[in-house]
Design a protein. Structure first.
Lengths: 219, 313
């Protein structure tokens, strides 16, 4: 029972607004101590796992490319292009992006898009330009662009057989003596992927309608 | 061969640039803290394998301490003005998109092609290697075309990195916490509690506990990968697969996707939620979570329904 105190620390630390990095570290220490490990062993175990998981943080090497292009007007160009498209709406633009993200993720191409690679430099400014809101402080559109990227990735990638979550499931089930082919797992990601597309697209169309109504309202 | 050592060397050099630019930037009031934070990450990438397990642990403690004491600052970030950008956007036209497309393009071609060249690129690191090469090609192309000063890309990259701040490191920290949880046997304890809480013989009870448990644990750990081993061992295998003869493929696959619904609703999943909010300069740190929570909740119900109606025929 005592080893669960680490989970309580995460929840509590978050509610009290401590820095999450410190909270995670405290949780690891307490959990380890509760399990009877000595501090040296806990720190070493955490350090080893940290070193093994460095690949998680590699993505930030794209920032110089994105930052430099922004310096030279990439976001402004994205706005101009989309503003020239007739019939473009926030909803339609993001539905096309959602489909693109789901299909490419399902083919294993998870890193061709993302918050740093596509949402900040291209999709968010485009959506913002199409919406053409009166209030520059309005963050709804940008937030929805990032949300759409997440939905597309999370509910597309599991259809690809070699993605890490499929391999994790296969490995863990093997530990219970259940032998499954990756394909059997990835097939069952398809119903949820379709549901995700339908649900999120419907919400995007509703967003369109809400924006239209706000625009038509006499000031 | 291009593998992790090459990729980590590039990452280390990039973070070292972020650190050094901060160190010499007088507009950042916390420049020493910022430089130390990004510098330690650079050290981890470059020399992590030589620091030893305990050394890496101390490095993590130092990183968390700097972040916890509020030691990371932001620069004034000298960049171009909106007017300059607009006029350059007009002048350069759609060619501005080409360098931006190099990274996705390289990731696409590399992921498809490198599998056939196992001597050239480590087959296990195809995606990361393609991404890294894409960044290098894009940088070369931009130096030739836009002729920035040598440091300009890194100054601009540092501007974005500073706006993300400590949240950049949270996913790696949580992955490490998962390793300590596994060592301490947290999963077994949770499983014991869950087994007692579910009314015996109730399929809907077990399916609900499994699905909601995935969501809850994912929200705490920030990652469905950490929740899955716990919940499949606690409820999935003993109750759903063995007890109610559920289809293991459906129980596992839909269970994981149910966890992903939790990913969309927790700030602990920093890379999905906090980092995009920071990158888009949202004042509401939870803006992205708010935008996607309705989708997540509806999808959660769909998933539990799929599990219940398809998993036990």
């Amino acid at each position: 029972m005592l080893v669960l105190s680490g989970i309580a620390i995460i929840a509590l630390g978050f509610m009290l607004r401590f820095n999450p990095l410190l909270v995670v570290l405290a949780s690891a220490l307490v959990t380890g101590l509760a399990a009877g490990l000595d501090p040296h062993a806990i720190i070493a175990a955490f350090g080893k796992a940290f070193n093994d998981n460095r690949y998680v943080t590699v993505i930030y090497i794209v920032l110089p490319v994105i930052g430099l292009l922004e310096r030279h007007g990439l976001q402004e160009r994205a706005r101009t292009v989309i503003a020239g498209l007739r019939g473009a709406t926030v909803g339609r633009l993001l539905i096309v992006y959602l489909l693109f993200r789901q299909v490419t993720a399902a083919l294993g191409l998870t890193s061709i898009a993302g918050p740093a690679q596509t949402v900040r430099p291209l999709i968010a400014p485009m959506a913002d330009a199409v919406a053409d809101l009166d209030d520059p402080e309005d963050e709804r559109i940008k937030a929805m662009a990032a949300a759409t990227d997440n939905v597309g990735l999370l509910f597309g990638e599991d259809i690809f057989i070699a993605v890490s979550s499929i391999l994790l499931m296969k490995g863990i089930l093997e530990g219970f003596g259940i032998d499954l082919q990756p394909f059997a797992l990835s097939v069952w990601a398809i119903p949820t992927a379709i549901a995700a597309f339908l649900i999120h697209s419907a919400r995007l169309l509703l967003l369109d309608r809400r924006l239209r109504r706000e625009r038509d309202r006499p000031v | 061969m291009i593998g992790l050592p090459f990729i980590y060397a590039i990452a280390g050099a990039t973070f070292a640039a972020y650190a050094l630019i901060n160190l010499f930037d007088r507009t950042n009031r916390k420049r020493v803290g910022s430089a130390a934070f990004w510098g330690l990450i650079a050290l981890s990438f470059i020399a992590g394998n030589r620091l030893g397990d305990f050394g890496n642990g101390l490095l993590v403690i130092a990183l968390a301490t700097i972040a916890g004491l509020g030691g990371i600052g932001r620069s004034g970030g000298a960049t171009t003005t909106p007017e300059e950008r607009r006029s350059e956007a007009v002048r350069r036209g759609n060619r501005l998109f080409l360098p931006a497309l190099i990274i996705p393009g390289a990731a696409l071609i590399g992921t498809l092609a490198f599998r056939h060249f196992p001597t050239l690129v480590d087959p296990k690191q195809v995606t990361l290697a393609s991404l890294t090469l894409g960044v290098l090609i894009a940088l070369v192309a931009m130096f030739l075309w836009l002729r920035p000063t040598p440091l300009a890309p890194y100054r601009e990259g540092r501007r974005l990195m500073d706006s993300i701040g400590w949240a950049a490191l949270l996913p790696q920290m949580l992955a490490s916490l998962g390793a300590v949880f596994a060592l301490a046997g947290v999963g077994k304890v949770v499983g014991g509690i869950a087994a007692q809480a579910i009314p015996s013989g109730s399929l809907i009870g077990a399916a609900l506990a499994y699905g909601l448990g995935m969501v809850l644990f994912t929200m705490i750990m920030g990652n469905a990968f950490a929740a899955f081993p716990v919940m499949i061992a606690a409820i999935g295998v003993p109750l759903l697969i063995q007890g109610h003869h559920g289809d293991p493929a459906i129980v596992a696959a839909v269970g994981m996707l149910t966890g992903f619904c939790g990913t969309m609703m927790t700030p602990m999943a920093a890379n999905f939620n906090l980092v995009p909010a920071a990158l888009l300069d949202l004042r509401d740190r939870y803006g992205v979570i708010r935008a996607q929570a309705p989708t997540a909740l509806l999808l959660l119900m769909v998933n539990i329904g799929l599990l219940y109606y398809l998993g036990f025929r």
